[in-house]
Design a protein around this ligand. Structure first.
Ligand code: SAH
Length: 212
């Protein structure tokens, strides 16, 4: 099967799985996932599964990327923060939907590789840094949207603080490290609304910057 045919098949699977927002589907269609996965997994780039990207980390399953992106309700004038750059795939998709995308990763080599991919794809509205995403990015706050792509045991308060009123935060939360739920938190004048919308399994959100 050709790459184009595999891609169409994947997009149909995502639609069937509940990704119906046409802007999200278009952003996924325009982002070559094969550029974000290691050489040895090239033939699986358009399968609906997570894949290893080195340093014990993974690129998320496309359906989860689609559902999380859809839940974030990103608008084209928005400033968005992602925690857990990983391969940069999720960041690349978000960057096509918003004005400016900030992304933080605790493994420096992953940041470097992701930046090269952003450059190759001419995604000039992304700023990536190595750091502890649990602390957010106070200098750039507030954010209209925040997405965390590593599992937290509790929602980091710094991220809630750096979310604008009217803002949405999407984050996998779980206590045992294996099973988590995707939480969508909406910050309002009156406080916060919180709903859980999908069981998932992400690598853990860890404090500090990783040692090389
Ligand atoms: N969004 C990525 C997949 C994320 S995997 C993609 O599209 O490929 C989760 C990533 O979160 C891992 O790379 C891990 O190193 C990173 N991570 C974990 N804790 C973190 C923290 N406190 N700050 C920043 N990144 C973190």
């Amino acid at each position: 099967m050709s790459v184009a045919a595999r891609k169409i098949r994947l997009l149909m699977e995502l639609r069937r799985g509940g990704v119906v927002d046409t802007r999200v589907l278009a952003a996924i269609e325009r982002t070559p996932r094969e550029l974000f996965v290691p050489e040895t997994f090239q033939d699986q780039a358009y399968e609906d599964q997570a894949l290893p990207i080195g340093r014990g980390q993974t690129i998320s399953q496309p359906l989860v990327v689609g559902l999380m992106t859809q839940a974030l309700e990103v608008g084209e004038r928005m400033k968005v923060l992602e925690i857990g750059t990983g391969s940069g795939y999720q960041a690349a998709i978000l960057a096509r939907l918003c004005r400016r995308l900030y992304t933080i990763e605790r493994h420096k080599p992953l940041v470097k590789e992701a930046e090269e991919r952003f450059k190759a794809l001419r995604l000039h509205n992304i700023t990536a840094i190595a750091g502890d995403g649990m602390k957010g990015w106070p200098e750039q706050a507030p954010f209209d949207r925040i997405m965390v792509t590593a599992a937290a045991t509790e929602i980091p308060q710094a991220l809630v603080d750096q979310l604008d009123v009217g803002g949405i935060l999407v984050i996998p939360v779980g206590s045992d490290g294996y099973a988590q739920d995707l939480i969508k938190l909406v910050k309002t004048e009156a406080g916060m609304t919180r709903e859980s919308f999908l069981p998932v399994r992400f690598v853990p959100l860890l404090p500090g910057v990783a040692e090389e």
